[in-house]
Design a protein around this ligand. Structure first.
Ligand SMILES: *Cc1c(COP(=O)(O)O)cnc(C)c1O
Length: 388
């Protein structure tokens, strides 16, 4: 039987082993593990890659989000509008700052937060008072929008940016799944809002050998605040005008990521090629309403961190594929407004029908660049046989 894991990082390591091991060795030889030349080089290389002025390497994607919120001074009595259909860290980081996550429903095609749902929330649930946008229900102040570029496709940023400008809101882009993703006209995510947050968790398109992340910004003052808060707010060292934390990325991870960055565009091309292969093969199989392939917004660049379909009898399909030796995953089975820990926010089933439908219907198929043509064909035939 052919085995097709959801992701095969060993295949990737085999390609880069000869380059990455000496890079690690070099860091070990220098014994300088914290915020050194590898981190500085990585920061400027990623910033250039994303078309943004500054990069600030941090300890994880989650910490990038947390640090971004801290740098913008978002905390108690503040509220942040985001998507209910995302990884937990997006809203978890807001709640950890003592702020309130506000969810707005997603677009059915892209799975990203719907700008019209955000606009409707602002129009119907908020009032403007002394130039501030206030949630009428809670009395809290809306401070920021946190769109997520889910699965590697950009959220629809223009209307969100316009809304943010109109109400003096900040935008934190959760670009954890989206390095190299383009919104339109070659504009890369992480360069659009006030701060972009990237994750180098091993399963992301650019993955470290452990945890790491990065913040991007075009604002020199914000960049400075992020850098200072990354080291407990000490500037100079041991003198603290700000309270920060330990959000450092380390030299070993930076050295690994710099090697991998050189391969990233090739890997992204491979993912896009595999996605196009699936699109064509599933269309040719006439699966009708049984399977809806991912929608790519014209003019953008989807990097396919995940290839996510909507499937009729999703759980049945998943079990069938598992029997065939094919790895899949559900990103994400429970929308955030229905998570137990967020009960206190007062949401209920039915509040965000598209997010709830997506949680029940979506399935990620293997799309990693090293997939062999025989493996792709096997995934397709296994899906087709389930509906036959
Ligand atoms: C992976 C991910 C994060 C968190 O990144 P870590 O590096 O795992 O902390 C945040 N948001 C989204 C959408 C993610 O996919």
């Amino acid at each position: 039987m052919i085995k097709v894991p959801l992701l095969d990082l060993k295949a990737q390591f085999a390609q880069i082993r000869a380059e990455v091991m000496p890079a690690i060795d070099q860091v070990c030889a220098g014994q300088n593990f914290i915020l050194g030349e590898q981190v500085r080089a990585l920061e400027s290389e990623i910033a250039a890659y994303c078309g943004v002025a500054q990069g600030i390497g941090v300890s994880s994607g989650t910490d990038a989000l947390l640090l971004a919120l801290m740098a913008l001074g978002i905390g108690a009595n503040d509220e942040v509008i985001t998507s209910p259909f995302t990884f937990f860290a997006t809203a978890g980081s807001v709640a950890r700052m003592g702020a309130r996550p506000i969810f707005c429903d997603i677009d059915a095609d892209t799975f990203n937060v719907s700008p019209s749902a955000v606009q409707a929330f602002v129009d119907r649930q908020c009032r403007v008072q002394d130039g501030k946008l206030i949630n009428r229900h809670t009395g809290g102040r809306i401070r920021a929008l946190m769109p997520v570029h889910l699965y590697g496709q950009s959220a629809d940023m223009d209307p969100l940016m316009a809304l943010a400008r109109h109400h003096n809101l900040r935008i934190i882009e959760d670009a954890a799944q989206a390095i190299g993703t383009e919104y339109r006209d070659g504009m890369r995510v992480g360069s659009i809002g006030d701060i972009g947050c990237f994750s180098f968790f091993p399963s992301k398109n650019l993955g470290a050998f452990g945890d790491a992340g990065l913040c991007t910004t075009n604002d020199a003052d914000l960049a400075e605040t992020l850098r200072v808060m990354r080291v407990h707010g000490g500037k100079p060292k041991y003198f603290h005008a700000l309270i920060g934390g330990n959000f450092r990325i380390d030299e070993l991870q930076a050295a690994v990521l710099r090697v991998k960055l050189r391969y990233l565009d090739g890997w992204t091309q491979g993912r896009r090629r595999n996605a196009a292969h699936y699109d064509a093969a599933f269309a040719a199989a006439n699966l009708g309403a049984n399977l809806v392939t991912p929608y790519s917004v014209p003019g953008g660049r989807h990097i396919f961190n995940q290839y996510v379909v909507r499937a009729r009898d999703r759980d049945g399909l998943r079990a069938h594929l598992a029997e065939q030796g094919i790895g899949t995953e559900i990103y994400y089975p429970v929308p955030l407004h229905l998570q137990k820990c967020f009960e206190y926010l007062g949401y209920k089933t039915g509040d965000f029908p598209e997010a709830e439908r997506a949680a029940g219907e979506t399935l990620a198929l293997p799309v990693y660049p090293e997939l062999e043509p025989s493996q792709l064909a096997y995934v397709v035939s296994s899906v087709v046989s389930f509906y036959a």
